[in-house]
Structures are given as structure tokens and as C-alpha cells.
Design a binder for this molecule. Structure first.
Ligand SMILES: C[S@@+](CC[C@H](N)C(=O)[O-])C[C@H]1O[C@@H](n2cnc3c(N)ncnc32)[C@H](O)[C@@H]1O
Length: 243
């Protein structure tokens, strides 16, 4: 299996990631072997390695062992933001979607240490999870913090926040649900705002130019690095309109 395009799905356009080989440490290898049963969602695959089988809609109550509001983070990296959130909000179900295996292993290690039981991880291309695996209107909040900026002009077509993504995100969010975005890349921040302002089914949840910093977001290495080199951190929040 490889990450080659799948015809007739989101893979008709380039994916927003390049899979890092990212060698795993011994601790991460052990985490993968010992903690996957508890945290890693054995998602049904389509044709490509990180794909989801079209039509494989999940029963979330059986995945989490309970029905509860759902918060999904796309590109959870090392898992710092979602573990903090899952520990402080035990009444909510959390889903971390990431393609970087060493990051997922690190997330499982920290989730185990933090004793969280309301978190699952999906090793998959996020738009396919939203489109095929999660039931329509099942997500209360969707978080995308510091997505890869793809700053070279020839690569901007790889950016996740694009018109195709907004219709997939809108389908997964319940009416009234929120899409929270953050980036330290000004040009991408402006693209996000233009794309979401023009998207059907979303309205701004902020006044003025940008949203306030989301206080549920912990400082990650990406945000710290952006601030250190003098970049402004931009937050955006949109609400999914009622149908
Ligand atoms: C720049 S990092 C930011 C990580 C984290 N949000 C943070 O703030 O530390 C972006 C992450 O998004 C992941 N990613 C990019 N596109 C993705 C996709 N389509 N599905 C799942 N993960 C993706 C990458 O593997 C990478 O780990």
C-alpha cells in the first residue's frame, strides 16, 4: 500500500502531508505494541495506507463505550493540546487524527501517563476520517492548530484549509458546532479566513480581524517557534450554521 491517489475521493487532490519516516524510539515502539489496543482506532482502510474505506461509518458509542460530545483534532502532532484537553474535560470524547506515527506513539505514552480514557487516535488522512468514518453531524468541535503551511507557491495546493475541506468539515460538524483554527503563517491565515468566509454553512464566531486566542489551546513547539521568530499567531473560529 502507498499514499498514491485514490480515484473518486478526496485523494483526487494532493494530500496535505508528506509522511515522515520518523524513526521510533524504543519507548515509542513499546507504546505502539502495548498501548494501541487501548488508544488506536483500528480504522477500516481504503486503497491507500492512510485512507479510510468509503462508506465505513462508525458507531461512536461503541468506539468510546459511551455517548458524549466529540472534539476532533486534525494534525495532533505530539498530542500536547489534545491530552491536556482530554484530561481537563473527562465528560467529552476526543479524537486525535495524525499520520505521523512517532507522534501518535508519543501521544499514547502521554495519554497513558495522564490516565485518560476519553481519547482515541486515528492514523489516517483527516479529510477521509471526516467524510467516511464519522457519522454526519457528529462532531461538536473540530480543531486544526498549526497545519503545515506549505509556504512555497508551488506547494500551496497541498494546504488543508481549502474549499473542498470546508464542505467535508461542514458535513461532519453538528449545527452550532465550531471549527477552530490557528496558524503562525500570515498568508495561510488570510487564506483560511477567505476560504471560510466564502464557505457555505459557516459563519464567523468573532468580531474584528481575528479571533481571540483560544484558551483551550496549550502552547506547542510550533506556536513557541513562530512567536520566537516574531510571527503573529492568528486564531479563527467559525460556527456551523443550522441547515
Ligand atoms: C506543523 S504540525 C502541527 C502539529 C500540532 N498541531 C502542533 O501544533 O504542535 C502539522 C501536523 O499535521 C499532520 N497532518 C498534516 N496533514 C494531515 C492530514 N491530512 N491528516 C492527518 N494529519 C495531518 C502532520 O503529520 C503534522 O504532524
Amino acid at each position: 500500500m502507498s499514499d498514491t491517489p485514490v480515484t473518486g475521493s478526496f485523494r483526487d487532490r494532493p494530500v496535505s502531508f508528506v509522511r515522515r519516516s520518523g524513526r521510533m524510539s524504543d519507548a515509542q515502539d513499546r507504546a505502539w505494541a502495548e498501548l494501541s489496543d487501548r488508544f488506536l482506532w483500528a480504522v477500516p482502510r481504503g486503497e491507500a495506507e492512510t485512507s479510510i474505506e468509503p462508506g465505513a461509518v462508525a458507531d461512536l458509542a461503541s468506539v468510546y463505550g459511551r455517548a458524549a460530545p466529540l472534539i476532533v483534532e486534525i494534525g495532533s502532532g505530539q498530542g500536547h493540546a489534545i491530552i491536556h484537553a482530554a484530561s481537563s474535560r473527562p465528560e467529552v470524547n476526543f479524537l486525535a487524527i495524525e499520520v505521523f506515527r512517532a507522534g501518535l506513539a508519543r501521544t499514547m505514552l502521554d495519554a497513558d501517563r495522564a490516565g485518560v480514557s476519553n481519547l482515541r487516535l486515528a492514523e489516517a488522512n483527516a479529510p477521509e476520517v471526516l467524510q467516511h468514518l464519522l457519522p454526519a453531524a457528529s462532531v461538536d468541535e473540530l480543531w486544526v492548530f498549526f497545519p503545515d503551511p506549505w509556504h512555497k507557491k508551488k506547494h500551496t495546493k497541498r494546504r488543508l484549509i481549502a474549499p473542498e475541506f470546508t464542505s467535508i468539515a461542514r458535513g461532519a460538524l453538528r449545527p452550532g458546532g465550531k471549527l477552530r483554527l490557528a496558524t503562525d503563517w500570515e498568508d495561510y491565515a488570510k487564506q483560511m479566513r477567505t476560504v471560510l468566509d466564502q464557505a457555505d454553512g459557516f459563519s464567523r464566531d468573532f468580531d474584528g480581524e481575528w479571533a481571540e486566542r483560544f484558551d483551550g489551546r496549550v502552547l506547542t513547539a510550533f506556536e513557541r517557534k513562530g512567536s520566537r521568530v516574531g510571527r503573529d499567531i492568528r486564531d479563527l473560529t467559525y460556527v456551523a450554521d443550522s441547515a
